[in-house]
Design a protein around this ligand. Sequence first.
Ligand SMILES: NC(=O)c1ccc[n+]([C@@H]2O[C@H](COP(=O)([O-])OP(=O)(O)OC[C@H]3O[C@@H](n4cnc5c(N)ncnc54)[C@H](OP(=O)(O)O)[C@@H]3O)[C@@H](O)[C@H]2O)c1
Length: 157
Amino acid sequence: MRFSSLAMNTSSSCAASAAGRVAVITGANIGIGYFIALQLGMSGLFQHIILGCRDTNRGQAALARMQPHFPPFVQASYLSLTLGNHDSHVAFREQLETYLVQQHQGDKNNNSNSDEFLPQVDVLVNNAAMAFKGSDPTPFAQPVSYTHLTLPTNREV
Ligand SMILES: NC(=O)c1ccc[n+]([C@@H]2O[C@H](COP(=O)([O-])OP(=O)(O)OC[C@H]3O[C@@H](n4cnc5c(N)ncnc54)[C@H](OP(=O)(O)O)[C@@H]3O)[C@@H](O)[C@H]2O)c1
């Protein structure tokens, strides 16, 4: 796979302006979500790229594939997330907060008071969902009903 049309931004001013900025992409192990995560990472606009995926192996594999294309100051991570499962949503949010606090505390260049740090997400790409494909032999009613499950779920995350 080639990424020749994408440019990796590695300048030091870029690293400074990206500091503390967080992008979360759900369903980032394949398809549109994968390439959005790849491009956000390569852009150098974010210090943290978080992949929310429901399968650990697929999530870790995607992370391993895209990470070499990121500038060195970008920290990418995979967290488990299954849409349609409330417990998974809660766990994802808690793990994300814990991860960002830990990253903040471990950042040697960080001069701010950790007691005042509030984790935040700058960009959420709520991509994960089913995509009805015309070639799919599944009866139309089934993917439509799954969409009704997925849309409210996406709003909750
Ligand atoms: N492709 C199109 O032409 C098109 C057009 C319009 C809109 N969209 C929308 O764009 C988004 C991505 O489409 P795509 O073609 O890239 O789809 P895709 O290749 O099928 O990828 C979907 C991603 O969402 C994840 N996902 C699905 N259900 C999930 C769930 N319950 N919990 C967590 N993750 C879940 C999948 O994980 P797994 O790998 O584990 O299954 C995968 O990572 C979808 O929301 C789709 O509706 C796509």
